[in-house]
Design a protein around this ligand. Structure first.
Ligand SMILES: Nc1ncnc2c1ncn2[C@@H]1O[C@H](COP(=O)(O)OP(=O)(O)OP(=O)(O)O)[C@@H](O)[C@H]1O
Ligand SMILES: [Mg+2]
Length: 591
């Protein structure tokens, strides 16, 4: 990306408000120009012939047209103009900084929200193919860097504008200066280029290394209990150390190149300015005070150029994040579900869910997980999927929810193909108790209602139906008790009951329970089963269970093996078939 592209990138991010910021900077620079011009005129105040050049001539002609009573008044008028112009310039500069900080904060907020929404809008397979630590890094850290890169870019522009303003008088009054400056600065430009390419390289490396680091930290925190209980954390800590060594090397190199660019050129540029001054005084016979003022302008311009270089360095350090952001945004755009699944029909639930010769394969795998599968789930019936671990049960319900889509075959609900449906509407109509209980680090109440206050009234009744009320009442703050990350403060079975209560409270026409009661004792499981049975005939209920006692009341049982349906039928009929299902039931001594 070149600077023009970055400019249009920020222009679109700020919805053109960046132009207002540029307007402020130009105003500030103009004020500096006025102040500088009047200051040059003050130098000639006592000389016999005022107005040595067009600029000072203009200032003095304006001054004489004011007919001030004495020279003292004239001096005061000049100095006051100078002060007022500087004050206005400084005030506009302060306001423009505040304005750009506001834009920066808005960029951070809007990009982050947009990214999270896009992530939800992308197909599920995009998410599962990603390292969560790295996604976290991009959504928090890299987007923060994108907004900081805006700040650096704004700094580059404001410093460049001010530097140009300071260069105006030396350039206009002594036009030979641009030639000298250009010739002498040429070698520095090459050095700047080299330094900038190094900084850019290390900036991208920094982003990559940070991504890996976030990945490891995420693993440590996600599996904290196991790592602590088995003291296996030492192994992952040594992996962390190795990763940190890589990152600190990159950070050291970034600092080194940063220091070279901010301090390395100062002596060279000062020498250049002195050479120019000597040339002007010795060869062009200019007055020394005139030359000194021009030199002061040049020095101020130089300071701004150094600030540009500093801002450019910070820009390069954070601009790696823009590439990372753009890459993820285009990946998310490619994976956008609304593009892949443009259907907009409202789903209806009066007819069955049908699979016809459905074959599904994960993108990361060669072998399909579900093979040529055909089935029918009649509305308001209870259907069970059973089978060994890895048979494809959870994948199957992920297809039913419209999280995954098959490569071949068709899926329909009430005769409508999933491809024609508005899948997010379909998902709103499905209560899904996932195999891993989902607990947010919040109160019991918020975990059940998901922050929706309209559900608060029914909370006790759904908790009762999920057999969760008794243990919740015993918690220190009852429904206001914090459950900790992933529900670390409660037991596995309690987590399951809270997730069941949450899905029951949504009152959806379809309910899916994937091993929803696997961590419960048989008595609690039976109670929950009874309350699920209350919806028998009223809702479509899909149950996945290893413990076959939970599926006795199902209208239909499908037995899966290696992604295929090997047996199907009502529970008793299937048992009497004397097949694989019977073996499974007998091995659990349930007959
Ligand atoms: N994200 C994924 N990427 C690639 N393969 C996957 C992914 N998730 C699951 N699989 C594979 O798909 C197959 C079916 O997995 P699935 O989770 O559907 O099994 P399951 O029947 O629910 O098993 P369990 O009873 O252990 O929960 C397994 O071989 C699994 O390794
Ligand atoms: Mg499963």
């Amino acid at each position: 990306m070149n600077l023009i592209k970055y400019f249009s990138f920020f222009l679109s991010l700020t919805k053109n408000k960046f132009l207002v910021f540029i307007g402020f900077i130009f105003t500030a620079a103009f004020m500096e120009l006025i102040a500088g011009g009047v200051f040059l005129a003050v130098l000639e105040f006592e000389s016999a012939k005022r107005g040595n050049n067009f600029l000072t001539r203009t200032v003095y002609s304006i001054l004489s047209s004011m007919h001030l009573p004495s020279k003292e008044y004239e001096l005061c008028a000049l100095l006051a103009t100078c002060c007022i112009a500087f004050a206005i310039g400084a005030s506009v500069m302060i306001y423009s900084n505040w304005f750009s900080a506001k834009l920066e904060a808005r960029i951070f907020m809007e990009l982050q929200e947009d990214m999270v929404i896009r992530l939800f809008g992308a197909k599920f397979e995009y998410f599962i193919s990603k390292n969560i630590g790295n996604l976290n890094n991009i959504i928090v850290h890299q987007i923060f860097k994108v907004s900081s890169s805006f700040k650096s870019f704004a700094n580059i522009l404001s410093n460049a504008t001010l530097a140009s303003a300071y260069l105006v008088y030396p350039l206009v009054l002594e036009p030979i200066l641009p030639v000298l400056m250009f010739v002498m600065t040429l070698p520095l430009l090459f050095a700047f280029r080299h330094i900038n390419s190094k900084t850019k390289y290390y900036s991208i490396r920094n982003t990559e290394e940070l991504g890996k680091l976030y990945g490891i930290i995420y693993q440590i925190l996600a599996h904290f209990k196991y790592l602590k209980a088995t003291a296996n954390y030492r192994k992952i800590v040594s992996k962390l150390r190795e990763q940190n060594l890589g990152l600190t090397y990159v950070m050291r190199m970034q600092s080194l190149w940063g220091a070279i660019s901010s301090d390395g050129f100062r002596p060279v540029v000062i020498t250049e300015i002195f050479i120019i001054v000597i040339y002007m005084v010795v060869f062009k016979h200019h007055r020394i005070d005139y030359v000194i003022v021009l030199m002061a302008f040049l020095y101020m311009a130089y300071q701004k150029v150094i600030s540009i270089q500093g801002a450019y360095q910070s820009f390069l350090v954070s601009s790696g994040a823009i590439l990372v952001y753009e890459k993820m945004k285009s990946e998310l755009f490619e994976s956008d579900e609304t593009k892949l699944l443009p259907g907009s029909d409202m789903p209806v639930f009066t007819g069955p869910i049908t699979f016809e010769n459905v074959t599904f394969r994960f993108e990361s795998k060669d072998e399909p997980v579900l093979k040529n599968m055909s089935l029918e789930i009649k509305p308001n019936t209870t259907v069970a999927f059973v089978g060994g671990s890895g048979a494809g049960k959870s994948t199957l319900v992920n297809l039913i929810c419209g999280l995954l889509f098959p490569q071949t075959g068709s899926m329909k609900i009430s005769g409508k193909d999933y491809k024609t449906l508005d899948v997010s509407r379909l998902r709103e109509s499905i209560g899904y108790v996932t195999q891993e209980p989902v607990i947010f680090n919040d109160t019991v109440l918020n975990n059940i209602t998901l922050w929706d206050k309209s559900f608060s009234d029914s909370i006790v009744s759904v908790s009762k139906r999920a057999s969760a009320d008794e243990f919740i009442e015993q918690l220190p703050q009852k429904y206001d008790t914090l459950l900790g990350d992933n529900g670390i403060n409660i037991s596995g079975g309690q987590r399951q009951r809270i997730t069941i209560a949450r899905e029951l409270s949504r009152n959806t026409p379809i309910l899916i329970f994937d091993e929803a009661t696997s961590s419960l004792d048989t008595e609690t499981e039976r109670k929950i089963q009874e309350s699920i049975d209350q919806s028998h005939g009223e809702k479509t209920i899909i149950i996945i269970a290893h413990r076959l006692s939970t599926i006795k009341n199902s209208d239909m049982v499908y037995l899966l093996e290696n992604g295929e349906i090997i047996e199907k039928g009502p529970y008793t009929e299937l048992y009497e078939k004397n097949g694989r299902f019977r073996q499974m039931v007998d091995s659990q001594s349930l007959s």
